[in-house]
Design a protein around this ligand. Structure first.
Ligand code: ZN
Length: 198
C-alpha cells in the first residue's frame, strides 16, 4: 500500500485528519502543496502556526479572537445585558451578519450529546453561569434544533431558571439539525424575533 514516499504519506495522513477531507482530497491537496512554489508553502505553514499561536478565546464570550476581549464584547454600544448562547463561532457569525442583533454572545463550543459522550462539563457552560452572576436581563438560547441542540437548550434553561433571569429560545423550525450559517438572514431574524419564553 506504500505508493508514496514516507513524507508524502505523512502529509496526506495529516491533511486527511482535517474535517471534511477524505483520503482522495487529502492526496490531491498534498500533491498540490508539493507543486506549489516554496515561498507559498512557507507562507501557508506560517499562517497556520501564527493563527494557532495568536488566536485565543475571548475572556467574556469565548469566541475566537486575537485579543483578550473580542470586538463585540469590547463594544460599549452593544447591549451587554442580553446574551445569546450559540453552539459555535459559525452560528455566531450567522447572527452577526444580520446586523440586527445588538446584544452579546456566549459560544459553547459544542452541544450536550449523551451519544457522543459530550456532557455539560465539556462545553463552556460553567463559564456562562459565571457570566450570569453579573447584570443580565435575558439569555437567548440559540442552539440548533438537532437533538443535541434541544438537549442543551433544555439543560441550560433548567440551570438558569432559578436565577430569575429571563430565558428565551429562538423560534423552532429554523435549523433542523443543520448549520445556522446556511440559513438566510430573514429566516434567522424571524427565529430571533419569534423567540419564546422558556
Ligand atoms: Zn467576546
Amino acid at each position: 500500500m506504500e505508493y508514496y514516499s514516507k513524507q508524502i504519506s505523512k502529509l496526506i495522513e495529516e491533511l486527511g485528519r482535517l474535517p471534511g477531507i477524505g483520503s482522495k482530497s487529502a492526496a490531491r491537496l498534498a500533491f498540490h502543496i508539493i507543486n506549489m512554489p516554496k515561498e507559498h508553502v512557507e507562507s501557508l505553514a506560517h499562517s497556520i502556526l501564527d493563527a494557532k499561536e495568536n488566536v485565543r478565546y475571548c475572556k467574556e464570550c469565548f469566541t475566537i479572537t486575537d485579543s483578550e476581549i473580542c470586538p463585540i464584547c469590547a463594544n460599549s454600544k452593544r447591549n451587554h445585558k442580553v446574551i445569546m448562547v450559540v453552539e459555535n463561532v459559525r452560528d455566531m457569525s450567522a447572527y452577526e451578519k444580520t446586523q440586527k442583533y445588538d446584544g452579546v454572545y456566549h459560544v459553547l463550543h459544542g452541544a450536550i450529546s449523551p451519544m457522543l459522550n459530550i456532557g455539560p462539563a465539556d462545553i463552556k457552560l460553567k463559564e456562562l453561569m459565571t457570566r450570569l452572576q453579573g447584570d443580565v436581563d435575558e439569555v437567548i438560547i440559540a442552539t440548533g434544533s438537532s437533538l443535541e441542540g434541544e438537549t442543551t437548550a433544555m439543560y441550560i434553561s433548567k440551570l438558569i431558571k432559578p436565577t430569575g433571569i429571563n430565558v428565551t429560545r429562538i423560534a423552532s423550525g429554523v435549523p433542523v439539525g443543520g448549520d445556522l450559517e446556511n440559513i438566510d438572514e430573514v429566516t434567522l431574524l424571524r427565529a430571533l424575533e419569534g423567540r419564546t419564553k422558556l
